[in-house]
Design a protein around this ligand. Structure first.
Ligand code: THU
Length: 167
């Protein structure tokens, strides 16, 4: 690929641990939380349905209820109906009544090989804006359980549009 070094260099420095307060509920995001989410996200690569791109993505979303909602990308012959792993995880959770979230781990790569960090697409960031506090929702980009970076949603979605803007 040749551009992996560039991608990694563009990632700004960030913290690795923190506390996310969701609707008054405190959810701790520490190294153990991150590793567990990453493990679940990596497991989702097994279910990723990618006959067209073969770019496999897995996600694990931590709810304020401390439960993990997983997702993978699901492609389609008509291309546009494709659903990203992150949105699969969000829609699974929201469709069971969960609407408060603390963090999401994302892994992905061609043939399921985690050679670089998989950053969420703009549409998925917008879905995150719908349900998450951009200052305290953590986005974990990982290559392995040991190799990961953590960002707040506001860092990766500056000046984002959210339900607050409609009030
Ligand atoms: N994809 C995701 O699932 N999440 C992302 O953050 C980036 C892209 C998927 C969509 C498509 O199935 C494949 O990766 C290639 O774009």
């Amino acid at each position: 690929m040749g551009n992996e070094e560039n991608i990694n260099k563009e990632l700004p420095a960030c913290g690795k641990t923190g506390v996310s307060t969701v609707n008054g509920q405190v959810v701790t995001i520490n190294d153990n939380t991150c590793r567990e989410l990453i493990r679940e996200a990596i497991n989702m690569l097994n279910y990723s349905y990618t006959p067209y791109s073969n770019f496999k993505v897995g996600a694990a979303l931590l709810g304020a209820d401390n439960k993990i909602y997983t997702g993978c990308n699901v492609e389609n012959a008509a291309y546009t109906p494709t659903n990203c792993a992150e949105r699969t995880a969000f829609f699974k959770a929201v469709s069971t009544g969960v609407k408060d979230f603390a963090a999401i781990a994302i892994v992905g790569g061609r043939d399921g090989k985690l050679e670089s960090y998989c950053s969420p697409c703009g549409v998925c960031r917008q879905v995150m804006m719908e349900f998450c506090d951009p200052d305290t929702f953590y986005v974990i980009l990982a290559k392995s359980e040991e190799d990961y970076w953590v960002y707040s949603l506001s860092e990766i979605m500056p000046m984002g549009f959210s339900p607050k803007d409609l009030k």
